[in-house]
Design a protein around this ligand. Structure first.
Ligand code: SF4
Length: 402
């Protein structure tokens, strides 16, 4: 794994982003922000699931008006996470007209592609930056493949140095995306915004393009980068695409905050994007959020589906208890549990885990060895294997993480 890219540290509310700070997980609500009650419910759900910052849409006067109430109610309920306002097209006007909102938000996300055409851009952008300076707020300048700044793109298309026959349109779009973000950051600094108030992102919906764009922009600045595949799609496809992109970038040290953008298949599953982010960070060895279960896929050697059921019930037992365990047993999230299906890899994996169970495969001795920290601890027999193993697991947690 490459060393993490060196960046400036940026304070967003009570969270520090970039430099040596942990890679932060972000998410975004999909409620109508003017619906204060449901927006608060969703922010709480996302935060309880592990989102360290939550972004909300501020697209009209009703939503701008709702922001201070949302944030003060969250604080009252002891939810002190940074809330970020997502602005497009009319951000300059809303930030100016609703000073209470501009003050309450922890950060403004703006998109250089839709702040306005050439003349309007300069005026509107300056207005936003001046408000950020006055309120001492950081901004994220977030370029997006789907809303590239036309002025920058047209300038590149008409640039004589690019031979139209040898340079692809996709190459020019990538260049335009990066230029619009970097140029906007330079302009913000020129207008007086300190460098430690700037975070950048350059999102695309294609994995290879995203990796190219972030690899390029990471060499061009020291600002923290928010990374994510935009418009990734639905379900498993979106999770695989997002993971592919984030894994490559994070492994090469690029990325200070992440988001996985999933089109929700059910309204209640908004938190899925947070869980996917956690799994990516955990799989890459960046940070653990809950104990890891190592289990084999099973094969012709497994006698029945008992070992699958056992893995599933241990997983749901962990999920059910994790909120309490996190408080009661610090470090328990780093525990590794092996649940294996036969003697081929069962004892080996179990010995490498903190605690492991190796079930017997076809034609094996029906006894079930348990391993703790590399040593055989005991052998289980009988019909209530699951509850015996869970008891051993609890004792292990009690003795090692209290
Ligand atoms: S550990 Fe055994 S049961 Fe599991 S996949 Fe390997 S050979 Fe099959």
């Amino acid at each position: 794994m490459s060393e993490r890219r060196k960046t400036i540290s940026v304070d967003v509310g009570n969270i520090k982003i970039g430099s040596d700070h942990p890679i932060r997980i972000q998410s975004m609500t999909n409620t109508d922000t003017s619906d204060i009650k449901n927006t608060i419910i969703q922010i709480k759900e996302l935060h309880d699931a592990g989102s360290e910052l939550v972004r909300i849409t501020v697209n009209n006067e009703n939503s701008a008006n709702a922001v201070p109430s949302i944030i003060s109610k969250l604080i009252q309920d002891n939810y002190k996470l940074p809330i970020i306002g997502d602005f497009h097209f009319n951000g300059h006007a809303l930030l100016e007209k609703f000073p209470e909102m501009s003050d309450a938000l922890a950060k403004y996300r703006i998109n250089p592609g839709n702040i306005g055409g050439k003349e309007k851009f300069d005026k509107n952008f300056e207005k936003i930056i001046k408000i950020a300076i006055k309120n001492n707020k950081p901004i994220r300048i977030g370029g997006n493949w789907g809303s590239i700044n036309k002025t920058v793109l047209n300038k590149l298309i008409n640039d004589k140095q690019y031979d139209k026959d040898s340079v692809s349109y996709s190459y020019l779009i990538k260049k335009a995306l990066i230029s619009s973000v970097i140029d906007s950051a330079n302009l913000a600094v020129k207008l007086g915004l300190p460098e430690d108030k700037i975070i950048l992102s350059c999102k695309t919906s294609n994995v290879s393009e995203l990796v190219d764009v972030y690899t390029d922009i990471s060499k061009k600045c020291r600002y923290p980068l928010h990374v994510g595949l935009t418009e990734a799609g639905l379900g498993r496809d979106a999770i695989i695409s997002s993971t592919s992109a984030l894994a490559i970038l994070l492994h090469t040290g690029i990325g200070d905050t992440i988001r996985v953008s999933l089109t929700p298949e059910q309204a209640s599953k908004r938190t899925e994007e947070v869980l996917v982010c956690q799994q990516i960070l955990s799989s890459l060895g960046k940070k653990n959020f809950k104990p890891q279960i190592v289990s084999c896929p099973g094969c012709g050697r497994t006698t029945n589906d008992y070992f699958v059921k056992l893995s599933q019930s241990i997983k749901s037992h962990i999920n059910k208890n994790m909120v309490d365990w996190k408080v009661k047993y610090p470090g328990v999230e780093n525990m590794k549990i092996a649940v294996m299906g036969c003697i081929v890899n069962g004892p080996g994996e179990s010995k490498q885990a903190d605690i492991g169970i190796s079930l017997p495969g076809n034609n094996e001795d029906p006894s079930i060895p348990i391993y703790i920290k590399g040593e055989k601890f005991k052998t289980l027999n009988g019909s209530n294997i699951e509850s015996q193993f869970i008891d051993i697991l609890h004792t292990f947690i009690e003795e090692n993480y209290s």
